[in-house]
Design a protein. Structure first.
Length: 187
């Protein structure tokens, strides 16, 4: 059965993007520091985590994130991309056959993404989308790549949550570049 999994690299003080995160500067200042762990080879823990990431069957992302990165160029490792938005897409999206805009809420978007993913997981991206998915009870797991750096400013992953959310640690992989913690969201 498909699971929805938020995958995010985050600074120790909770930031997933640095200051000046805007369309001309996706991820803001210092953003690359959060993803340096990717470059530590296809073997070992980093390779295992990247294999999991690429084994997902669909992507669910918010409009802001999708637009900042031009909808992944229309191709996020060959799987369908579902964008949660209250407004119709811009004209450039017509060139991206794998991108579908969903305007009737996070629950509908997640149901469509899970149906498209089949027995593979749905990769969730974006702080706002993650918060809404938690609020709606449709986010199953959280995979945080905790980077040993303090940003001191930028965009926080869990800035606004409507209530407390309990998590259960499923796995911890500790490397010199990051501590990778996977949580299951408790119902």
């Amino acid at each position: 059965m498909s699971q929805s999994v938020l995958y995010m690299s985050m600074s120790l003080d909770g930031y997933i993007a640095g200051p000046n995160d805007e369309p001309g500067n996706p991820g803001g200042s210092g953003f690359d520091r959060l993803h340096e762990w990717f470059g530590y080879g296809p073997d070992g823990e980093a390779g295992q985590l990247m294999d999991e990431y690429k084994a997902t069957g669909a992507v669910l992302v918010g409009r802001r994130t999708a637009e900042q990165i031009d909808h992944y160029g229309g191709d996020h490792h060959g799987v369908p991309i579902f964008v949660v938005s209250h407004r119709p897409p811009g004209p450039s999206v017509a060139n991206y056959q794998l991108v579908t805009y969903v305007a009737d809420g996070i629950e509908s978007a997640m149901a469509q993404a899970k149906a498209a993913a089949g027995d593979r997981n749905v990769l969730v991206h974006g702080a706002y989308t993650a918060q809404r998915a938690l609020e709606a009870g449709v986010l199953d797991e959280v995979q945080i790549h905790l980077i040993p750096v303090l940003f001191g400013g930028g965009r926080r992953l869990f800035e606004v949550l409507p209530s407390r959310v309990e998590l259960e640690i499923v796995r911890v992989i500790d490397t010199p570049q990051a501590t990778h913690i996977r949580y299951r969201v408790r119902s």
